[in-house]
Design a protein around this ligand. Sequence first.
Ligand SMILES: Nc1ncnc2c1ncn2[C@@H]1O[C@H](COP(=O)(O)OP(=O)(O)OP(=O)(O)O)[C@@H](O)[C@H]1O
Ligand SMILES: [Mg+2]
Length: 411
Amino acid sequence: MQERVIVGIDVGTTKICVLVGELDRDGKMNIVGVGTCPSQGLRRGVVVNIEETVTSIAAALDRAERLSGKKITTAYVGIAGSHIASENSKGFVAISPSHRDIVQNDISRAIEVARAIAIPANREVIHVIPRGYVVDGQEGIKNPIGMSGFRLEVETHIITGAVSSIHNLIKCVQKARVEIEDLVLEPLASSEAVLADGETDLGVALVDIGGGSTDIAVFSDGAIWQTVVLPIGGNLITSDIAIGLRLPFGVAEELKLTYGHCDPSAISDDDMIDLAQFMPNCDDLVPRKLLAEIIQARVEELFEMVHEEIRKSGYDGLLPAGLVLTGGSAELPGIQGLAGQILDLPTRIGSPLGLHGLADSISRPAYATAVGLLQWALTHTSFLIDEDEPEDNGLMSFASRFGRWLRAFLP
Ligand SMILES: Nc1ncnc2c1ncn2[C@@H]1O[C@H](COP(=O)(O)OP(=O)(O)OP(=O)(O)O)[C@@H](O)[C@H]1O
Ligand SMILES: [Mg+2]
């Protein structure tokens, strides 16, 4: 066993964040490098300009390399965007009469069957996540290896994305001279960083409100049930402010970050914002209550959409652990109360947990995805496990999956 360096790259709509984690001998992850850079070239989580995206990724990589003193060659990369779709699928297989005890190969065969859903040619599978197993009708089994049975059934959550969007992201990372170890759906990464085991067991919805999109992941019985990406995020709140107050986007963004609030009733009528601090030649005053009204309207609409998605997932009223809000826009004051009120659920703000090393700068909701990428790597890859120990995390082998991608994507 030796120390391992793991790198996560969150390619967000507003920022690129590269984290370098070093896994010590006890399996503890120390953050030894952070590189962030404002992002160019993405819209709503999807690459729309290759050159700009590559330049942004390269700048963030450069910063992380300087800080950590490590050369970055491979990374776990987050993927999102409204091209993402998900569905639950079951697969079952007979257990060979010669052994009757379930082995890893039986699980892999069952997952292969579940995976064989009809996927259009322009879509590609990103994750096949086993939610649980049924052995001879006995439900709720998390790890069936070693159990006896005749029939093994797996319930999986399958996440797919548009081939072109996946391909463009892979291309950008490779052009920045980094090989991808795994692509991870961003809300799944974020949930690794901010959710507690007890919450996913009870039933919880993670809502990651970024700049370009809002990602929802609904968990129950400790496993993912539904993932949705909504094409609306903090940038739209800023646009509303820019339009409503007739200000340039950059000034509207500053105004939101400094004085934004989701609850106008918490702001007094005579609280005025002097615009001169953002625009030296301007002596206008803006009522802070008006700013909060603009923000509240958009955030309310956003949570109505989130509520609708949770209703569609069939889990309305079935999420005792409630909502966990993360992503940069979760830092808006008053957002917790507004979400709780609209969805009628207990709500909290999720910041990345369990950080060591350079934790101060990244223990905020905006870094949930980046931190979660490292944790995903830790949970789903056997870094500290002996090579010949069987892989029992039930995930489809990445080597086989990514090998297939590479063959599909590389010239
Ligand atoms: N303190 C704050 N108050 C209000 N909004 C904030 C605050 N901090 C960040 N934001 C908003 O959060 C958004 C960026 O969030 P985040 O960094 O999670 O996005 P991203 O990962 O780059 O984008 P996406 O996930 O949508 O691709 C921006 O719209 C920004 O204005
Ligand atoms: Mg994000």
